[in-house]
Every structure is written in C-alpha cells, then in structure tokens.
Ligand binder design. Sequence first.
Ligand code: UDP
Length: 384
Amino acid sequence: MKHYDYVIVGSGLFGATFAHFAHKNGKSCIVIDKRHHLGGNVYCEEIEGINVHKYGAHIFHTNNKEVWQFVNSLAEFNRYTNSPVANYKGELYNLPFNMNTFYRMWGVTTPVEARRKIEEQRREISLELGLSAGCPPRNLEEQALMLVGRDIYERLIKGYTEKQWGRKCTELPAQIIRRLPVCFVFDNNYFNDSYQGIPIGGYNRLISKLLWGADTITRMDFFNRTSPGPNIENWRNLADKLVFTGKIDQYFNYCYGNLEYRTVRFEHETLDVPNYQGNAVVNYTEREVPYTRIIEHKHFEMFGEAVYQLPKTVISREYSTEWTEGMEPFYPVNNERNNSLYLQYKALADNEPDVIFGGRLAEYKYYDMAPVVERVMDIWRNLL
Ligand code: UDP
C-alpha cells in the first residue's frame, strides 16, 4: 500500500479540517471512519428535500473572522440565527435568558426591574446556601441559582440539565451552565458571536470540500482487530504520523479505567405538515417529558414563508442516555473524577510524539465547531 504522511482516524470536523490543511501544505493523507459515511456528527441526510442533521443540531458560530472566512471560502453559509424556545409544562419561554424570558416569567418590562428580581432571589439563595460574596459556586445548581435565581432555575434549567446529563445538578460542574448567556436586552439570539450560520445545502458540502485531495475509507474501524482489514499497527505503519480523533481512553485500551460520556438517541420522524413547531429548536425543560428537545430541521435553511414551499417536515426528538459500548459517544462528562482520569490519559498522549489527539473525544472536552477549526489552524501554524 501507498505510504502517507498522515493517517487520520475519524472524518468529523477535526479530522476533515486537518486533512484539508495537510493537502494544502503538500502532505498526503488517508482518512478512515467506522461509519458508513464521512463527516462524523455534522453529517446530514436529505429527507423530503430537507437536510436532516442526523446527529443533532449543528450551528456554526464564532467571533473569529479568520475561521468564518475560511469556512465560507469552502461553502456558502446562510443567515440562520439560533433562538430556541423552552417549553415548560406547555408554557413557552424564549432562550437564552433575556428580557423576553424575564417578561414571560415575572411580567417585568425593564432591565432595572428584571435585575432587581434576580438580585432579590440571589440574596435569599446566598443566605440559604451560606455563600459569601466572592466565594465561587461549587456546582451547577449553585451557579445557575446565582446567575438567574430560583424561578428560572426550577422551570428552565433543573429538569433539562438532569435529563441531559443523567446526574443531579449538585453533582455537575458549574462551567456547563456558563455556556448559557444571560442578557438584559430583548434579543433571542442564543450565541453572542459576530458570525453565525449553516452551510446552504447542509454540512456534507463543507466536509467534502475539506476532504478534497485526501484518500478516504468508510466502514473501517481503527480498533477492529477481527476484521480482514489492517490492524492498529498496520495503520500506524502506513504513515509517518497518526491523527486520532476517537475516544482517548479507548486508544490506550482503557488502561486507567473508563471515561464517561453521554450519548443521544434520535427519534427522527417525517410529518405530513409543512410547519410543526415554528422553530428549529424547542427544548422541553420539565423532567416528566422524556426527551430534551425537538429539532425541526427545515427551519435551519428555510426562513419565514419559505417553510411552506415543502409540504412535509422532519423532526427529531433527542433522548439523552449514558454511553455504553457500541453506542456513539457525544458529550464528555467533565466532572472532577473524569477530568482527573483524562489528565492521566493526556500524560500518556503527551509521550506519543507521532500522534496528534484532537476533537471532542480525544481531548475530552465540550467543543463547539469553530474552536475545533481554530485548533486545527493553530496546530498547522506550529507544524509549519
Ligand atoms: N440548558 C438548560 N436549559 C435549556 C438549555 C440548556 O438548562 O433549555 C443547560 C443544560 O445544562 C445544557 C447546557 O445548558 O447542558 C448547555 O446547553 P446547550 O444547548 O448550549 O448545549 P448543546 O447540547 O447544544 O451542546
């Protein structure tokens, strides 16, 4: 077989972007993926003329102009702006937490009133929890209570978070909730970034542009020792360097034990109506509804009246569960136990000069898409 500069394990955004820069810099690479398609979790499947985000909603957003220009040089992005709605027992609230949410929750109409309301609840809670000023919240529950008060925490955060992570909010790290912006303006834009959008025609176009010039093989499991294909050692001998984007604990044969991940089961359904929920993302924030959210995919690419141009719609209900062998890992569970276990694996990874570990699973972190692209750009800056 041909000898390559890089063998890339995983064709998701990290692997595909790496392959792009390798090719651009005159390096050869082969990308292998165990799934039947390329693109990892950004893969879209066309159903009824709609690009369905098969592994959950992917919305590209960034403040980094270089990253935005780079992805736009490969695929044209639309103007999609994420503004999810939360459904709590049939009541609808705008997200992220902003003046529309506060108005719906308390009837307050000015930022001063909204701040006063949150401040009141904060004061009560810090007394109850014995939190003194400047003392950092010890877990997600304390962080959320201090950020938005008890009413919002109980209606819009607690149930959703416990379904999403399968753990009590008191057992989760505070930083998860810091991803959610709180602002005192009437603005339902979820991402406080200068650039936001979705590739017109879906993510597969972006992935195929990124992978242009690389050899690719699908249905090829790097770890499968029983298949007739090459085993791990053969893959490693096929190139000077390996880029690994899978689970870091699996790479090291779970020698220190298992890292925990959450997975999502998707229930995709095609409906005979043109517009089911009027928005791409509706979160179900009460504990009793078993799914966390419903995505209606056509709203990612069709705006306003245009949604009625197609007679049908496709929705996906998301059920979050603990990862076990054979499932797709989605989210690292970055609590104390897992973070310190990860550091042990990271020390082993640092001793492998010919392997680059990258992406959500190999770096064991809650990565958005733009920082992944940014990370690959940085790696290439250093390599050159
Ligand atoms: N979250 C919440 N209520 C919501 C949406 C999010 O409490 O309606 C919390 C939840 O803990 C979640 C975190 O905010 O894990 C981050 O949510 P986001 O939607 O940014 O994460 P994604 O799953 O899209 O990566």
